[in-house]
Design a protein around this ligand. Structure first.
Ligand code: HEM
Ligand code: HEM
Length: 150
């Protein structure tokens, strides 16, 4: 790894350096939106526990679908950026291992969320705890991503 960092193209070329900030910037926004999805989910949980059934779910469900898509885009753009712009071998970093776990948990959370939405799954708290795990994993992705910045 130290050898690849020495020959990192982003250290020598300003255009490559700027392009290599695209994935991180995009993902910082995505993690921010994920936190908003989680906050809305917690509001839904509070309403459920208080027996208030009329709370609008649509902000949570719509934004969650967009954010799930953005995380998938991030999982593709990260390795492309790492290989094409930084000259690394793909999936060698701790960041990649953490983020691939986040992607898996997020897909599971979204699948259960979709089933909840269509009343084919009756355990919202399982979905909620997986949502918390997704957010914690995304926070770890954030921390380990910063270390990789050029
Ligand atoms: C859940 C969100 C994220 C996913 C799914 C994701 C995914 C990935 C993947 C798979 C790689 C390739 C690593 C390798 O092949 O070893 C990568 C690279 C990278 N990621 Fe992320 N990432 C996420 C969030 C972030 C965040 C929040 C940051 C910055 C704060 C970040 C910064 C980086 C950097 C700097 C690289 C190296 C490539 C480059 O310089 O563009 N990532 N990411
Ligand atoms: C396609 C993606 C998703 C869909 C369709 C979805 C759908 C839903 C629905 C319908 C509920 C309401 C359950 C109820 O009213 O009883 C809910 C609750 C919740 N969601 Fe999601 N969700 C998605 C993704 C996410 C993600 C990514 C997170 C975390 C970041 C999350 C966190 C939560 C939490 C914490 C709750 C409260 C659970 C509880 O009541 O105990 N959801 N979701």
């Amino acid at each position: 790894m130290s050898e690849t960092i020495t020959f990192d193209p982003a250290m020598r070329d300003i255009t490559v350096r700027m392009l290599s900030y695209l994935h991180p910037l995009f993902m910082i926004i995505t993690v921010g939106l994920l936190a908003l999805v989680f906050k809305e989910g917690v509001s839904l949980r509070q309403a459920r526990l208080q027996g208030v059934s009329s709370r609008n779910r649509s902000l949570h469900t719509r934004l969650a679908k967009i954010v799930t898509g953005l995380i998938l885009v991030g999982a593709i753009s990260g390795p492309i950026s790492a290989v094409q712009l930084r000259g690394w071998d793909a999936f060698e970093s701790i960041h990649s291992r953490i983020t691939l776990s986040v992607v898996s948990v997020c897909i599971l959370t979204a699948t259960l969320g979709w089933l909840l939405e269509h009343r084919q799954f009756q355990r919202p708290s399982v979905h909620g705890w997986l949502g918390l795990l997704t957010l914690l994993g995304a926070t770890a992705a954030f921390v380990t991503g910063f270390v990789l910045l050029p």
